[in-house]
Design a protein around this ligand. Structure first.
Ligand SMILES: [Zn+2]
Length: 260
């Protein structure tokens, strides 16, 4: 089964989905789980922020969402999200498929609090095979797509200060977001393949030395998301078609070398 986590502005995927309420040891998932089919494949959908966008980034039940996906047999997760750009050449309306993250959140980020101990490797946190599929589909559809990049994940819900954003830029990081962490690593702990489709909605606090580029506003974010929602869905539908049940990536056996 393939899991899809809808981000801001993306609250449903399948019109005729069967709605399931799933209770986990970590509470309820952010939304009901919508189960249906895309190109004959089983797909499960969760709205990351809830169907009415009632969960801010720091209150999302990340563990419940990932636990539920694993419970119902999800092996691959496609997780779109809205991001800000930290570089002039990464423009609003562009897509980016990150290969690295930097964590600036303070959140619970493991299923292993003892007595069972796991030190999960995170050298390559995003599934390389799933990323490749998304990149190929995006490029062949003619989308403005950056095939890699580093996402810095902040706690939120507030946006960055000018100084914070300047620091992130000085590190040569590419985009900024509030939900990629711990989602990506919780998926890895459950041995599920995980890839993110970042949709750039703004320039964070602006562009250095260009006063014409205004800092991020909710209005701009929602406008760009609305304009690109169908494109994101189309990319997901095309990617689902290419996903194979056989996995030879690092994710499938991630726990083998991680348990103490
Ligand atoms: Zn994988």
């Amino acid at each position: 089964m393939i899991g899809v986590l809808g981000g801001t502005g993306f609250y449903s995927l399948l019109g005729d989905a069967e709605k399931k309420e799933i209770e986990t040891p970590f509470g309820k998932t952010s939304s009901h789980v919508g189960i249906g089919k895309i190109h004959g494949k089983d797909v499960a959908f969760i709205a990351r922020h809830g169907e009415k966008h009632e969960y801010p980034p720091h209150k999302i039940p990340y563990k419940a969402n990932m636990f539920a996906f694993k419970e119902i047999g999800v092996t691959h997760i496609i997780a779109p999200a809205a991001v800000g750009s930290l570089k002039r050449e990464i423009k609003p309306g562009d897509f980016l498929v990150p290969d690295q993250f930097v964590n600036f959140t303070r959140r619970e980020d493991t299923f292993y609090d003892g007595p069972e101990i796991v030190h999960m490797g995170s050298t390559e946190p995003y599934c390389p095979d799933l990323r490749r599929i998304i990149i190929q589909e995006g490029v062949s559809a003619g989308y403005p797509l950056h095939p890699k990049g580093t996402v810095v994940v902040i706690q939120g819900p507030r946006f960055s200060s000018h100084a914070e954003s300047g620091f992130f830029r000085s590190q040569n990081w590419d985009i900024i977001n509030m939900t990629q962490y711990p989602e990506v690593m919780l998926a890895r702990e459950k041995e599920m393949c995980y890839a993110n489709i970042s949709l750039v909605t703004d320039y964070d606090t602006g562009v250095k030395d260009d006063p014409d580029v205004l800092p991020v506003s909710i209005e701009d974010v929602m406008r760009i998301l609305k304009e690109n929602n169908e494109k994101t869905k189309k990319l997901i539908f095309n990617a689902v078609r290419k996903i194979s049940e056989n996995r030879s990536c690092v994710c499938a056996k991630a726990l083998d070398d991680a348990k103490l």
